[in-house]
Design a protein around this ligand. Structure first.
Ligand code: NI
Length: 387
């Protein structure tokens, strides 16, 4: 296993804190991407390309030999969140209202640390493609890079991701084979009735009553239509309609999210959603306009690749420090778009007892850096052994 000098790890920590102090949102990661590209070039990576998926950066590092023909993608995310940081850390955000509250500062810095090692040692037979993506929050950055030809241009055959996990002790990893994180679909519905005076409801078609019945009926998708042993969430998170206490409004709108862990459950939920909304709306004499958008696929860890990822993590921190049966999460992650294209796995890195991600008191734990950098290099050298 590779070892890293204190100086090398100290550099990664400094990069991480610099990214933390200068958070950028979604695709507007120009400063971060610029620094990453400069460093990748200074490490002597064979190719460094910018502007992939608008502001994504890709570096290619060939091993001492590359006749194995293997090409492995390693992915980190770069963007921060529109959150007012509430920590008083020396490296706290210098940009009001923006914050690295998901640890993408750490993810990018660790993959940079791995890039430097891989470019210096080249102790593998194959090609490592290091992917730094924008706009993970909002779930479109991975897709933008894919649409820009990421997998075909670089011939990537398998792809791996890593995310920090508060609550998991530092020095531990966790993952699971199969569905690891849920799909995220988004719906917006407008129920159109016929407004009028509240005292003469018989002359109106009340969209408030219709909407109430629709929302109640939607709860039966999870409770009555899906297998109780298979997970699904349907949450209506906002309702808007009406202004006055004595006026039946013309229309009411509501919106929310659907999360699932299996493609067939995802399909079922969508089908039932349309059926219930349209038929219940119709029963009350109202009409429904539905927008149902697929934001993010299911994050599916290829069982074999997840096993290899777990083995690499075990080589870094020890077999007993890698949990391989992590329960799936109904959160979503846009790395799922990459895992739709190529087999691979996402692994979680222990961030210790910190505030949760997306919280204003959160901070990426620098103590996790050696494990994260060690994982990336170990994984690369194991997937494409030099001998
Ligand atoms: Ni994140």
């Amino acid at each position: 296993m590779a070892t890293f000098s204190t100086d090398a790890l100290e550099d990664v920590r400094a990069w991480r804190r610099d990214f933390h102090e200068n958070p950028e949102l979604l695709f507007e990661v120009d400063r971060t991407a610029g620094i990453i590209a400069d460093k990748l070039r200074s490490f002597g990576c064979d190719e460094v390309l910018t502007g992939i998926g608008r502001t994504g950066v890709v570096a290619v590092v060939r091993g001492r030999r590359s006749d194995s023909g293997k090409v492995v993608g390693l992915r980190a995310d770069m963007d921060a969140l529109p959150i007012y940081e509430q920590t008083n850390l020396p490296h706290r955000s210098r940009v009001e209202g923006k914050m690295h509250a998901c640890g993408h500062d750490g993810h990018s810095a660790m993959l940079l640390g791995a890039a430097r090692h891989l470019a210096a040692e080249r102790d593998f037979n194959g090609t490592a493609v290091l992917i730094f993506q924008p706009a993970e929050e909002g779930a479109v950055g991975a897709k933008a890079m894919i649409d820009d030809g990421l997998f075909d241009r670089f011939g990537i055959q398998e792809v791996y991701g890593m995310h920090n996990m508060p609550g998991l002790p530092v020095g531990q990893f966790a993952l699971r084979p199969g569905p690891a994180m849920s799909s995220a679909d988004r719906f917006e519905v407008t129920i159109e009735g016929f407004g009028g005076h509240a005292a003469r409801p018989q002359r109106s078609v009340d969209p408030v009553i219709a909407t109430n019945h629709i929302i109640t009926a939607l709860q039966t998708i999870v409770s009555r239509n899906t297998d109780p042993l298979e997970s699904a969430v349907l949450s209506v998170c906002a309702i808007h309609g009406g202004e006055a206490f004595n006026v039946i409004p013309q229309s009411v709108s509501f919106k929310g999210t659907v999360r699932t862990l299996l493609p067939e459950v995802r399909e079922l939920c969508e089908k039932r959603f349309h059926h219930i909304v349209n038929t219940v709306a119709d029963a009350f004499g109202t009409t429904a306009t539905i927008t149902y958008a697929h934001d993010c696929p299911i994050t599916f860890n290829d069982p074999e690749k997840a096993g290899l990822a777990g083995d690499a993590a075990a080589a870094v921190v020890g077999t007993d420090k890698v949990r391989r049966d992590l329960p799936p999460s109904l959160g979503s992650e846009d790395f799922s778009f990459m895992l739709e294209q190529r087999p691979g796995a996402i692994i979680f890195l222990g961030n210790g007892d910190t505030a949760n991600i997306h919280h204003p008191m959160y901070d990426f734990n620098d103590e996790a850096i050696p494990h994260g950098v060690g994982y990336w290099t170990e994984l690369t050298e194991r997937l494409m052994p030099a001998n």
